[in-house]
Design a protein around this ligand. Sequence first.
Ligand SMILES: Nc1ncnc2c1ncn2[C@@H]1O[C@H](COP(=O)(O)OP(=O)(O)OP(=O)(O)O)[C@@H](O)[C@H]1O
Length: 223
Amino acid sequence: MIKLENVNKYFFKDDPREVHALRDINLTIEDSEFSLFSGPSGCGKTTLLNAIGALDSIDSGEIYLDDKEISSLSEEQRTELRLTQMGFVFQAYNLVPVLSVEENIGFIMKLRGFSDSEIKQRVFEVASMLEIDNKLSSLPNALSGGQQQRVAVARAVAAKPKIILADEPTANLDSKNSQSLMDMMRELNEKEGVSILFASHDDMVMQSVKRIIRLNDGALVDA
Ligand SMILES: Nc1ncnc2c1ncn2[C@@H]1O[C@H](COP(=O)(O)OP(=O)(O)OP(=O)(O)O)[C@@H](O)[C@H]1O
């Protein structure tokens, strides 16, 4: 479970350019959610996702992951938390071009010290779910955009994080690829129980999620 209590975040605090990007956010996200942060451009979707993912600090309030307060951790502890508990999928696929699809998917598992045989087995399992198991020996740039994004999802999910944070994952995909990515991510959510949180404008994402959390000007509209 993720719980946010009175979370506030500013950019350029105490400067004429000050932006109050998150305003008194109180929000609970249960385990195994498949949820979307939605709202107009600049409303704070990415800022909220980055705060939950311990990618960025907040100015006041608390963020709990289960019973652990995570917003006041040191940079080193946040890095460890991201590595062990979170998976990230971005608009740009961010694959390592010189590594094979298999090595890209296993990358986080390798950093976490899983054995080669565990990695091989798990990589094949997630690649099969995402229908890229026939591409494991290819380099990323030999794949279509839709396939590359599925590799990025496979990498995010392989080490069994608690939460996957997906910021505009369909932004570079056509509608057919967006739909199949969302179908596969929903299947992963249901089969593996991983929570997946999206920030997106895409109607396809909106139609696929189970919960929509609306933001306006940094505040929750309803949740
Ligand atoms: N690094 C930053 N420095 C200064 N201001 C920022 C920074 N990041 C975001 N902001 C500001 O914070 C507010 C929220 O931005 P954020 O990117 O979270 O919105 P968003 O809802 O994700 O927007 P979009 O849908 O366009 O991606 C905006 O006013 C934005 O200009």
